[in-house]
Design a protein around this ligand. Structure first.
Ligand SMILES: Cc1cc2nc3c(=O)[nH]c(=O)nc-3n(C[C@H](O)[C@H](O)[C@H](O)COP(=O)(O)OP(=O)(O)OC[C@H]3O[C@@H](n4cnc5c(N)ncnc54)[C@H](O)[C@@H]3O)c2cc1C
Length: 474
């Protein structure tokens, strides 16, 4: 399809996957219709995910730092929380960003339809618009970007606002006295941290043996230790067997791995046990689109489904369910439609947990290497040896790089500490550019910054880190 000007394209879903796809398609000269139930593009990420949670986590961090300031001779006194103003700060952040996307849509002449799309066939959509009207539209290509929603556990379903998913928790109706967080993944820990900072007694229950399953244990340890101090409890190898609405509270039965049970009462419960793809799109059965494992839409490396005129991107096609993966896939799908030679095959997709401290990783992890019996070399730089970390009074952090043992090519990285989410971007670039340990070690990093810990990790591999005496073994 060389002449993109003649292409008429629909994007179903206005999240970070959908709007990135729609905007690039418009930039390449295609005629684009973007369909989403909200007034402006943004999707889960902007309306009820990444953005509102980060606005609240920013406030939580400030509260915790003002508490920590006691150690530096500064006392601010107990914080007074004006919940209505905090909520409106968060809502204004969302409004500003989604409104901005609305303006960008108009500037690009993207035809934005507020409503829900259903398939009539592989190239025709019926859109039920929010104003109550219906419209049938035919396209050359359709990109599905319908995202995901919180997974529901049938035993934890109660019709009471005391039981919340992430959307309910972000609404910040009140500051409950106590909160049970079911699931020790990133969403539970981030939102649990917000409530803990606001003064709620938070208990986290995780079915597996550690928080953030999937992340390397040495990265999780400093976070676990800090959360142990801040939270009421972290119960590992524990499930919630049942919940009961007692009117003024929720009674939860917690079951440990050995079968022993205990009952606890909470003001609110946040269920954050994962997310499910929105692949049950009306009429999808009238196309050749196939679903694979766990209900994800099956796609090839060009994000094309089993139906040649339909592409799919973002959370609805698989893990990791992250906004930046969705946007990148959106752009690859559009380039593929435009006839460019492209494939979605990144060497590293960063993952960031915006807790305090932050945890971030990319590329090959130690856990993955062990599982795959893959030989790697690992070099770690503890932040206790970083000048910048000491000035921040945050010596518990750590940076590690994972190398191919023969070529010394950087395969992956992991960072725990404040700003890890920003720092990991340099490591993603190193992995994607196939940088060697020597490239990273010889790159001059500004002093005093936490970014030096990446350079010094590479130096650790050679036993020549300036700030750490760790001679090379063997
Ligand atoms: C609390 C929370 C915090 C998060 N924090 C982060 C973070 O810090 N970093 C990060 O990378 N990711 C984060 N995520 C995940 C991130 O939000 C998702 O990975 C991302 O939004 C996926 O983008 P998407 O474009 O695939 O779909 P979505 O953002 O889910 O958007 C899909 C859109 O499609 C619409 N839609 C569905 N069906 C139809 C239909 N039939 N017709 C029209 N429209 C339809 C939906 O209403 C929605 O607006 C977080 C998620 C949550 C819940």
């Amino acid at each position: 399809m060389p002449d993109t000007k003649s292409v008429n394209i629909a994007v179903v879903g206005g999240g970070p996957g959908g709007y990135a796809a729609a905007f690039l398609a418009a930039d390449l000269g295609m005629t684009v219709t973007l369909i989403d139930p909200e007034a402006n593009p943004g999707g889960v990420c902007l309306y009820r995910g990444c953005i509102p949670s980060k606005a609240l986590l920013h406030v939580a961090k400030l509260m915790e730092e003002s508490e920590q300031a006691k150690n530096w001779g500064i006392e601010f006194g107990a914080p007074k929380v004006d919940l209505a103003r905090l909520r409106s700060f968060k809502e204004n952040v969302v409004k500003k960003l989604t409104g901005g996307l609305g303006i960008l849509s108009k500037q690009r002449k993207v035809h934005y339809l507020q409503g829900r799309a259903a398939f009539e066939n592989s190239t025709t959509l019926r859109v039920s618009k929010t104003d109550g009207s219906e419209q049938s539209l035919t396209f050359d290509r359709i990109v599905i970007a319908t995202g995901s929603r919180p997974a529901i556990v049938p035993t934890l379903k109660l019709e009471t606002p005391r039981m919340m998913d992430s959307t309910g928790a972000l609404n910040l109706e009140d500051i409950p006295g106590s909160l049970l967080v079911v699931g020790g993944g990133y969403i539970g820990l981030e939102l649990g941290s917000v409530y803990a900072a606001l003064g709620t007694r938070v208990t986290v229950v995780e079915m597996l043996s550690g928080l953030l399953p999937g992340a390397d244990r040495d990265l999780v340890l400093p976070l676990h230790k800090r959360l142990e101090k801040r939270l009421e409890g972290i119960l590992l190898n524990t499930t919630v067997a049942s919940v009961k609405d007692e009117g003024s509270a929720i009674r939860a039965t917690l079951q440990a791995q050995d079968g022993s049970r205990q009952e606890k009462v909470f003001d609110r419960v946040l269920v954050s046990v994962g997310r499910k793809p929105n692949s049950e799109i009306a009429g999808l059965e009238k196309t050749k689109v196939q679903l694979g494992q766990r209900g994800f839409i099956q796609v090839n490396k060009q994000l094309q489904t089993d139906d040649p005129s339909i592409y799919a991107i973002g959370d609805v096609v698989g893990e990791p369910m992250l906004a930046h993966k969705a946007s990148h896939e959106g752009r690859v799908a559009i380039e593929a439609i435009a006839g460019h030679k492209v494939a979605f095959e990144p060497s590293a997709i960063p993952a960031v947990v915006f807790t305090d401290p932050e945890v971030a990783w990319c590329g090959v992890t130690e856990t993955q290497a062990q599982k795959e019996n893959r030989e790697v070399k690992v070099a770690k730089f503890p932040w206790a040896a970083s000048g910048r970390a000491i000035t921040l009074d945050q010596p518990e952090g750590m940076t590690k790089l994972i190398f191919d043992p023969q070529s010394e090519r950087v395969l992956g990285a992991g960072i725990v500490g404040p700003g890890a989410g920003e720092l990991i971007a340099e490591c993603v670039l190193a992995v994607e550019m196939a940088a060697l340990a020597s490239d990273v070690a010889m790159t001059i990093h500004p002093h005093p910054t936490l970014s030096e810990t990446i350079m010094e990790s590479a130096e650790v591999l050679f036993g020549t880190s300036t700030d750490l005496y760790r001679p090379k073994r063997g």
